[in-house]
Ligand binder design. Sequence first.
Ligand SMILES: [Zn+2]
Length: 117
Amino acid sequence: MSDKVSKMADMLRVGATMLSITCPQCNTPLFKYKGEVYCANCDRIVKIVKEGEDIHVEETQIASKVLVDLGSIILDKVKSLSIIMQQEKDLDNLERIIKSLILLVDLLEKVRKIGKS
Ligand SMILES: [Zn+2]
């Protein structure tokens, strides 16, 4: 899986919606997340400006804000899953929780890596 595709998959995993508009820089489909439009590939928040029939896309600052949000959402999930894990006695359920935790920690690591670059 390419880096671009995995970044896009991360956006979908946190509940972002893929838009029909593409990024002016890299032509990757843009995502809507928490009221902001975001390019997963360029790691930027982009602003959509409507001028009559034309839709313009304006790029703004590096999307560290989105990433901070993402990171804290993932951390919250990890915390609540840890609590569930402590109380869970069913092995199948435990396995499911552990798999989710692994995915979340992996995602958190990626988010932090993007945030640093
Ligand atoms: Zn882009």
